[in-house]
Design a protein around this ligand. Structure first.
Ligand code: ATR
Length: 299
């Protein structure tokens, strides 16, 4: 449906992104296209919110009777303080990327892990019973680990650097150990933490895994062209590989996966679209037109 057929009027509802910075986000494009395509009288805006205005911004979701919001860096954890309740995954992970406003009650969800699981599902790949090696237990890795366990993964080996460059204990490694305990308490999935410094263990776990997920920032920004994997042969037994980086679209890791002939290879764009689709479903009850959104983002 063209935009002109869906004018903004007295009944238009608002959803939005609360983040800092927020202007570079692909979410407005993704959700506005979906609202219009589905004939839903709503619009999505990006709100660049300063830290001292976070509470006011969340309160305005209620005051303005918004559908809800997405939350991104750096507020995914801080926002919890201002919400009424959290869903199970969100409370396990301790972060929120989606807020739903139901008659003034604000509920926090995290759809990042679901985004990864559903983007694999869209390629016909199920996590049921699979052995996964996951690198990175930060903002991207934690929800992925929890969701993978909830989706029936058989085993997860979680790698993170145990030490900082100054030789101190790394706080994300602590989180990774916490994550292992949580996974063990909520699911049948066998989970184990490994220090990423132990390259022999990393190679061994990769060689005995079905799926490798890189949820670190290696491969993007000032780490573009780098990979945690020293040789493509480490990937040769995998049936799927996901690099959560989406810019650049083809990372060094994905090139290694191609060389190792890993059948299913994905960058982070699918995860991004499917986490958005899960938010869209929570706000509207409808499915995002994923193919259309994919085309728009790729062009
Ligand atoms: P995000 O929200 O993208 O996950 P984050 O929470 O800062 O961002 O986490 C980034 C992840 O990438 C962390 O697991 C980080 O590992 P550290 O805890 O050791 O910093 C990981 N990471 C970034 N650069 C890395 C590198 N060169 N080697 C290994 N891991 C790296």
């Amino acid at each position: 449906m063209p935009l002109a057929d869906l004018p903004i009027d007295g009944n238009t509802r608002i959803a939005g992104l609360i983040a800092h910075p927020a202007r570079h986000s692909l979410s407005p494009l993704m959700h506005n296209l979906s609202f219009i395509s589905r004939g839903i009288n709503a619009r999505y805006c990006a709100f660049d919110v300063e830290a001292d205005q976070l509470e006011a911004a969340i309160e305005s979701i209620r005051a303005l009777k918004m559908l809800g919001a997405n939350v991104s860096m750096p507020y995914k954890e801080a926002v919890i303080l201002f919400l009424d309740q959290l869903d199970q995954t969100s409370s396990l992970v301790g972060s929120v990327n989606t807020i739903v406003n139901r008659q003034g009650i604000l509920t926090g969800y995290t759809t990042d892990g679901l985004g990864l699981v559903n983007s694999l599902k869209a390629r016909g790949y199920s996590l049921q019973g699979k052995k996964i090696t996951l690198a990175g237990a930060g903002g991207a890795g934690s929800p992925i680990a929890i969701q993978a366990a909830l989706s029936g993964a058989g085993q997860i080996s979680i790698f993170n650097r145990a030490y900082t460059s100054q030789g101190q204990t790394n706080s994300t490694a602590h989180k990774a150990k916490d994550l292992v305990e949580k996974i063990t308490s909520i699911s049948q999935t066998r989970a184990k933490f490994f220090p990423l410094e132990d390259k022999a263990a990393f190679r061994r776990e990769l060689l005995s895994s079905d799926l490798y997920i890189d949820a670190t920032s290696v491969g993007m920004g000032n780490q573009e062209g780098q990979s945690l994997v020293d040789h493509p042969s480490w990937l040769s037994n995998l049936t799927a590989l996901v690099d959560t980086v989406y810019s650049p679209a083809q990372t060094r890791l994905l090139t290694q996966a191609q060389e190792a002939r890993v059948p299913v290879r994905m960058n982070g764009l699918g995860m991004l679209i499917h986490q958005g689709a899960a938010s869209f479903k929570l706000w509207t009850g409808q499915d995002m037109p994923v193919d259309q959104v994919e085309k728009a983002l790729f062009s």
